[in-house]
Design a binder for this molecule. Structure first.
Ligand code: ZN
Length: 69
């Protein structure tokens, strides 16, 4: 009975959250891949094809643990 009302409220709150939430994580990953490409490297893992990230000057794959310095 009260279910319909609470469901409506949830939908409204979710819409507001999506609009005001910045996508910080996606931006960080994009910068890592772009930095690798600018460095003359492949931003994709040769083992699993996952997106590599730069850590302490090394390329690392968060998916399978592959890394190269
Ligand atoms: Zn990998």
């Amino acid at each position: 009975m009260a279910e319909a009302t609470s469901r409506l409220r949830t939908n409204t709150a979710q819409t507001e959250d999506t609009t005001s939430q910045p996508t910080i994580e996606e931006d960080t990953h994009k910068e890592d891949a772009e930095a690798i490409v600018e460095d003359g490297g492949n931003p994709e893992c040769p083992d699993c094809g996952g997106m590599l990230v730069l850590q302490e000057g090394c390329k690392k794959c968060p998916e399978c643990g592959w890394s190269k310095c």
